[in-house]
Design a protein around this ligand. Structure first.
Ligand code: BGC
Length: 249
């Protein structure tokens, strides 16, 4: 197994990349990022991914590519916040064609959850853990006993007659100019529903929420423990590299 691996995390507004020391489970150097091209088609995105990878030549081996979609058998099956041309695309094959390197293609929240459960806020929790990422959408990752149940899509659970992420994502907070209190009230409703359905021991909250956690943690409530993502905005990149390393192990 290589030590320095490249993690890439594709989001609705930016694409982040970093070199991860997968043995130590930490980022080496800075995260670099580029805006997600619009339209966010595979043809437009791959050159951006290639130029980010070219800026991080010290990484070796398989690339971990975290993507905001359901990924089944290596192919994207949904495209809630990226161009629909991704549906059916084989992310690892695109990386191989563009960069001539092997890759592992996985859901972005699953990647972030892996980082947190292996090394961050969920480390040592043997029960049920739900990682939620609040960004353009709401991503989710479900673990029990440290095992990932891949491609949970809890951001699309129905709340108030719509997709939960259309009501409670960080993007909606900005779009509707909600203050923290108003937004956290929505997050609490969402957590309550998730708790009633899955009875997790721990919720890990990532994305926008983890950055200001100390400020509004007192407003959050759930019968389950709630922790901020320890890796913050780096979780997807770190988790993508870890997943690529686990695929090689
Ligand atoms: C997508 C998920 C993704 C999440 C966060 C949702 O809209 O359906 O696959 O994990 O956004 O990016």
């Amino acid at each position: 197994m290589m030590d320095k691996m490249l993690g890439i995390d594709v989001g609705g507004s930016s694409i982040k990349a970093g070199v991860v020391d997968v043995s130590a489970g930490k980022l080496l150097g800075e995260l670099i990022a580029a805006p997600t091209p619009q339209p966010s088609t595979p043809a437009a995105m791959m050159p951006v991914i290639a130029s980010l990878a070219a800026r991080l030549p010290e990484a070796q081996g398989r690339i971990g590519l975290a993507f905001p979609a359901v990924v089944k058998h290596g192919r994207a099956r949904t495209a809630a916040n990226v161009d629909h041309a991704w549906i059916g695309a084989d992310g690892a094959a695109l990386v191989r064609r563009t960069l001539d390197r092997p890759a592992l293609f996985l859901n972005d929240a699953d990647a972030a959850g892996l980082a947190e459960v292996r090394l961050g806020a969920g480390r040592g929790e043997a029960g049920t853990v739900i990682m939620l990422t609040f960004g353009t959408g709401i991503g989710s990752a479900l673990f029990t006993g440290g095992h990932l149940f891949p491609n949970s899509e809890f951001g699309h659970m129905e709340l108030n007659g719509m997709d939960a992420e259309k009501w409670a994502s960080a993007h909606v907070k900005t779009l509707q100019s909600l203050d923290w209190r108003a937004w956290i009230e929505r997050v609490n409703v969402y957590l309550e529903r998730m708790h009633a359905l899955f009875w997790p021991d721990l919720f890990i909250l990532g994305g926008a929420i983890s950055e200001r956690f100390a400020d509004f943690a007192p407003l959050l409530h759930s019968p389950a423990r709630i922790e901020p993502a320890q890796f913050g905005g780096q979780a997807g990149v770190i988790g993508a590299a870890l997943a690529a390393a686990e695929a090689d192990a």
